[in-house]
Design a protein around this ligand. Structure first.
Ligand code: UFG
Length: 340
């Protein structure tokens, strides 16, 4: 079966492509290379010994997208392609709405015309905002996200739910908590483009001396050590959940709409300071830091109840925080040798 993976050379996309190829799927990647680099494709080929088809273009180019659907018998799509910088989305909101929603709609138009089902959407726990009760399960009420980025995820979900209902399609909305880590081969990971916004890439660059100090955004939260708590999920575990979600849709005999929603996390919250300490201990490096004021828009605490994914996808996070942080350091070493 050929699966279209948009954003397939990006961080979570590339790890998922590896898992799909290892599970015998044919993969067609579309990626505009706006937030990744071409060597990732070569590394996917080295890891898997297989060659996915690759098209470098922006999904808003509808005519090119149609050509891909003409050239391949596409059986499903995993849609990662999106702009994802929370801060930037507040500054250029129209570009975020255009990029994230037009590309989704263009793919759905092809799905509609060709009567294709099986669509997996890369969503985020940001759709829950600051939830009132922990852990967060799929019945937790949605709140309007703080950021435009988050709003594009919530709108994307809504578009897909309407699509599934109208065309009796099968969709899966995967709400990620905080993905971290790199491939055990050391050849795939999050590519740092500019100054990282997310915690773990920033920690990684501070440990290696690229950044002087990590700024910890706030130590006055009502948590055990005062720093904010998140659910850090290993990227390869997350990638495996995509394959499980896809197989479930493919195997579902129903001719009605299928709308699956899963929270993908470990079920355990870790504070910013716990992550920093775990990184230092696991990798035997120092991460200098200073405590700063809270970052605007940050929530206090978010961790998942992943039981539904456990029951229905037979999936659970298997990798410890320490092991995930070890792969991050290996990835940093790889990037260093690549750049030298
Ligand atoms: N943090 C720091 N210093 C940094 C970076 C982050 O202290 O340099 C803290 C943040 O304040 C937060 C925690 O580390 O408390 C995690 O921050 P991230 O930026 O890594 O992750 P977020 O939880 O803010 O964001 C993630 C995804 C978004 C998604 C959001 C939903 O990156 O795509 O979860 O809550 F929208």
């Amino acid at each position: 079966m050929a699966i279209l993976v948009t954003g397939g050379l990006g961080y979570i996309g590339s790890h998922t492509v590896v898992e799909l190829l290892n599970n015998g799927f044919e993969v067609v990647i579309i990626d505009d290379l706006s937030n990744t680099e071409r060597f990732i494709l070569k590394n996917i080929e080295e890891i898997t010994g297989k060659k996915p088809v690759f098209y470098p273009f922006d999904l808003r180019r509808k005519e090119l997208l149609t050509q891909v659907f003409d050239a391949h018998q596409i059986d499903g799509c995993i849609n990662f392609a999106a702009s994802k910088a929370v801060g930037e989305s507040q500054i250029i909101p129209v570009d975020y709405y255009e990029n994230n929603l037009f590309s989704l709609i263009n793919i759905l138009q092809e799905f509609k015309t060709r009567k294709i089902s099986n669509f997996i959407f890369s969503s985020s726990c940001t759709v829950y905002g600051q939830a009132d009760v922990m852990p967060i399960d799929e019945n937790t009420p949605l709140k309007t996200p703080e950021s435009v980025y988050g709003k594009t995820k919530q709108m994307g979900e809504q578009i897909l739910i309407d699509f599934a209902k109208a065309y009796h399609s099968k969709i899966s909305l995967l709400r990620y908590f905080n993905p971290i880590g790199a491939h055990p081969s050391g050849k795939l990971g999050e590519l740092p483009i500019g100054i990282p916004n997310n915690l773990v890439p920033y920690v990684m660059q501070t440990a290696s001396g690229i950044r002087e100090k990590l700024n910890i955004w706030g130590d006055d939260y009502p948590t055990e050590d005062g720093t904010a708590v998140r659910d850090y999920i290993y990227v390869v575990d997350l990638a495996k959940a995509h394959v499980a979600a896809l197989k479930k849709l493919i195997d579902d005999p129903s001719s009605d709409a299928v709308i699956d929603i899963y929270n993908l996390g470990t079920g355990k919250g870790s504070s910013v300071l716990e992550v920093v300490k775990a990184f230092e201990k696991t990798n035997n490096v120092e991460v200098p830091y200073q405590i700063c004021a809270r970052r605007e828009g940050d929530i206090t605490i978010a961790y998942a109840n992943p039981d539904k994914a456990g029951k229905e996808l037979h999936w659970k996070s298997e990798t410890s925080l320490e092991e995930a942080l070890r792969t991050v350091w290996e990835w940093q070493k790889y990037l260093k040798t690549r750049n030298s």
